[in-house]
Design a protein around this ligand. Sequence first.
Ligand code: DLL
Length: 434
Amino acid sequence: MFWQKDAETMPRAEIRALQLKKLQHTVKWGYDRVPYYHNIMEKAGVTPDQIQSLDDVRRLPFTTKADLRDNYPFGLFAVPKKEIVEIHASSGTTGKPIVGGYTRHDLDVWSDCVARVAVAAGAASDDISQIAFGYGLFTGAFGLHYALEKIGSMVVPISSGNSEKQIMLMKDFGTTLLVATPSYAVYLSELAKDMGVADQLQLRLGLFGSEVCTAEMRDQIEKNIGITVTDNYGLTELGGPGVSGECRYRNGLHINEDHFLAEIINPDTGEVLPEGETGELVITPLSKEAFPIFRYRTKDIAKITYEPCECGRTFARMNKVVGRTDDMLIIKGVNVFPSQIESVLIQSPHIGPHYQLILRKKNYMDNLEVKVELIDGSLLDQYGALEKVAGQIRAQLRTVLGLDCKVTLVEPRSIERSTGKAKRIVDLRNEPNA
Ligand code: DLL
């Protein structure tokens, strides 16, 4: 099923021609209206009329999160404030938030982009859609809300948290579609089982996004509540969800290419990489009125294929995002990605998908503790068996990371669950008594 079939199945040559036309427009729009873009383009010696092919996008300088922060809150807006009808922002846990603005037209394009993603995943007008993302400045809840309402489904805007009530309403309302972060969906699925109602729910589809959803998480949700889990991607800087999403074949996330031009670059050199290579995803939105951005460095690690998909969509697909370039931890001089640790953990049949990486400083040295939940708590009473499992994981981590770390196995359900994005890294290095 399609939401805007003509656009979603356009021949590749037409997509490219449309992208070029829109790129030329958006570059001129930003150059003429936003002093910041005018200045950086002047410094780079490039003018809008030099954009003659899609490859000419490479003449433009990148935009980074730091550039957005320097222009906080509205410095990159390209329209007068009276034309902005809505604002969203990132959580800003590491400083000032990133603020995005939308004109009425931007909201219309946004809800269509998210509606495409939802319909591609299998959403329909007869769905009862429970939105368990937090409403507020976060883009996720409103983005999915507008889209699911637009396709005609019955929207239940419950927001995140209040988990017992979520399950009660799911049962009473006959909710068929759940919107949440994958980690909150894991939690809700465990809770539904604990409350003994998992088999009374009518859920059939999950639209999950906003953080990495591992194969383990997906399996667990599907096993607990028997729904089809799909993944969708976006970020505040690019307007929120609706950049890309999985279709029912779940072999990559279709990028809404008529609205977003994607590149993959080598994060160290900035050089554009050939199709199929893994690197940092860089995106230029092509339809933004309020908040145009040139070549935004997402820091998300991905690769793109332009091969046709069985679903009939001609849009390129990015693989599931597995990590970010800034996820990397440096411990005792060793570069460690949480995804490497996770790849070791999922191999053990004794442990579940919930873990935390705790960093401490001891004698001026960084130490890593990997705290992970057992599937079967009774193992905690079998000291020998417990030691054996911990020892195996520790040995594998040493092989994969080249680093010795402490492995602590804990009771099932003892690691705090999140109602939004999971917090896997606990950095206590600046806390003297940790
Ligand atoms: O998370 C937007 C969104 C809301 C996307 C709802 C999908 C659904 P931010 O809070 O700005 O925006 O966070 C953006 O989250 O750069 C990625 O690192 C991560 N992220 C988003 N979607 C996915 C995903 C929203 N499907 C940051 N898989 C991005 C992995 C994701 N990571």
